[in-house]
Unconditional design. Structure first.
Length: 256
């Protein structure tokens, strides 16, 4: 007989990075709407406060921490503060990221490239390391990392961004294998272009807006809520057999 599985998020404790804007904000609000208590983390304090206000309007329990995810000890402190405040950590969404400056590889600036790796790769690494330690003690949990469609295929003019997201996909798969039998499910979402403040500057590069729209067979860009829906599903027992997956949510762009 088929087991009845639901989006059993109510009563859980979720930790979301990059929650001061875009996809992270949509994810935090979705967790709150589903009945989770949420710790929201970002380096942009005003964005964070705006998200906290939205969650309070929803009626959810929320705590905030201003954290730079490139700093491992600050990320560990935020994870510890989550447990202190809400008693446990069930669901983590490592989502903070930066796009970097679009340029072909030979014209890429090293400092900017290192910053992209620092946030997009090391930020996820720091998050997972602290979260897994807590989840092992608890006996389980779920982690969803925000990679990108550019973590599955190359993206001209954003080579280091693409490399950082391929790294997130690799980290997700390997950690998922390491912890699969210990109750921790780890997956990533790979969005196509989503309408958030991050994608806006890309559209100012001549020709890039039209080129990006053209590679989405659905004929439009995505919405932050369309990523949040998948994050929630991956964080609930409705996805209980999904382990180490990197799910393209990209209007068909990587299906071509
Ligand atoms: P966004 O710019 O709207 O939000 C990113 C958030 O991350 C911001 O609030 C920012 O303050 C925060 N952040 C950046 N660096 C940080 C740091 N060092 N420490 C703490 N917080 C930091 O961007 P969006 O679109 O919501 O991006 C979220 C994730 O989705 C990123 O990982 C991005 O790479 C990924 N993504 C976005 C796509 C898009 O088209 N918007 C497409 C594919 C992936």
């Amino acid at each position: 007989m088929r087991e009845d599985k639901t989006m059993d998020i109510a009563g859980k404790v979720a930790f979301i990075t990059g929650a001061g804007s875009g996809i992270g904000r949509a994810s935090a609000c979705a967790f709150a709407r589903a009945g989770a208590s949420v710790m929201i983390v970002d380096m942009n304090e005003s964005g964070l406060m705006e998200t906290a206000g939205l969650i309070e309007e929803i009626g959810g329990a929320v705590a905030t921490m201003t954290v730079d995810v490139t700093d491992g000890s600050s990320v560990a402190a935020a994870v510890a503060a989550t447990v202190e405040r809400f008693g446990r950590l069930d669901c983590a969404h490592n989502n903070a990221g930066v796009g970097g400056t679009p340029a072909e590889l030979a014209e890429s600036d090293e400092a900017s490239a290192r910053q992209v790796m620092d946030v997009n790769f090391w930020g996820v690494f720091h998050g997972m390391r602290a979260q897994i330690a807590v989840m092992l003690r608890q006996g389980g949990g779920t982690i969803v990392n925000t990679a990108s469609a550019a973590g599955l295929v190359g993206l001209p003019s954003l080579s280091v961004y693409s490399a950082s997201k391929h790294a997130v996909v690799g980290l997700t798969k390997t950690a998922a294998l390491e912890y699969a039998t210990r109750g921790i499910r780890i997956n990533s979402v790979c969005p196509g272009v989503i309408e958030t403040p991050m994608s806006t500057p890309l559209f100012e590069v001549p020709g890039l807006h039209a080129a990006m729209a053209a590679v989405h067979p659905i004929g439009r860009f995505g919405l932050p809520t369309e990523i949040a829906d998948a994050v929630l599903w991956l964080s609930s027992s409705a996805s209980s057999f999904v382990v180490g997956a990197s799910i393209a949510i990209d209007g068909g762009s990587t299906a071509q």
